[in-house]
Design a protein around this ligand. Structure first.
Ligand SMILES: Nc1nc2c(ncn2[C@@H]2O[C@H](COP(=O)(O)OP(=O)(O)OP(=O)(O)O)[C@@H](O)[C@H]2O)c(=O)[nH]1
Length: 191
């Protein structure tokens, strides 16, 4: 049960169709959950209570319907949202390119220069022969957009919790930063 000092965090998962947004969300909400079948999502909202770095968070996680460049950006994905997981699949260049398009739309609609964001390269379990986007390219895009980066596999439940944890960390830094730890004044070697 959430207490009065639980912090609310609204997170939206966005990206091209079929990159694994639903699989990632479900694996995070109720592990182990994975389904090889593909059921396109309209929109689905889940909640999860998470303890992170001394704080309690009530996370509202919105798994959006897959976007393409022509999808109208819903205003509700910009207003009151604390952070985003922008997902592509490592076997699809098109889904990788959509990340920047979606990121630009978020900044545009929210009217901000920067927003807590983790770029997630999904389906990292696929073979090297299937890979169309390198880890270095994912990292470079994240750096360019001022975002964090991780590759994950919802199928193998690898780095799924980590993707959300990185986002919690970035949101904490943005909205409820922890005070800097003071250096001990007696330590003889500190400068
Ligand atoms: N190999 C592999 N396949 C995955 C992974 N995650 C999801 N899939 C498969 O990819 C397909 C699409 O997964 P979804 O989770 O429905 O993708 P989505 O991004 O929510 O799709 P939309 O609802 O259209 O936006 C399904 O067949 C999944 O089984 C993964 O980590 N590895």
């Amino acid at each position: 049960m959430s207490s009065s000092n639980t912090l609310k965090r609204k997170v939206v998962i966005m990206g091209s169709p079929s990159v694994g947004k639903t699989s990632l969300t479900q694996q995070y909400i109720a592990p182990p959950t994975y389904n090889d079948n593909y059921f396109p999502t309209i929109e689905s909202t889940s909640h999860k209570l998470v303890s992170f770095d001394g704080d309690e968070y009530d996370c509202e996680i919105i798994d959006s319907a897959g976007q393409d460049e022509y999808t109208l950006f819903p205003a509700k994905y910009a207003v009151g949202v604390h952070g985003y997981l922008l997902v592509y699949s490592i076997n699809s260049r098109q889904s990788f390119e959509m990340v920047k398009t979606v990121h630009d739309k978020i900044l545009d609609y929210a009217g901000v220069a920067k927003v807590p964001c983790v770029i997630v390269g999904q389906k990292s379990d696929l073979s090297a022969a299937d890979r169309r986007v390198s880890v270095a390219e994912g990292e470079a895009l994240a750096k360019k957009l001022g975002a964090s980066f991780v590759e994950s596999s919802a199928r193998d439940n690898k780095n799924v919790g980590k993707a959300f944890e990185i986002l919690l960390q970035v949101m904490q830094k943005e909205y409820n930063p922890k005070p800097e730890k003071k250096k001990s004044s007696w330590w003889p070697f500190s400068s």
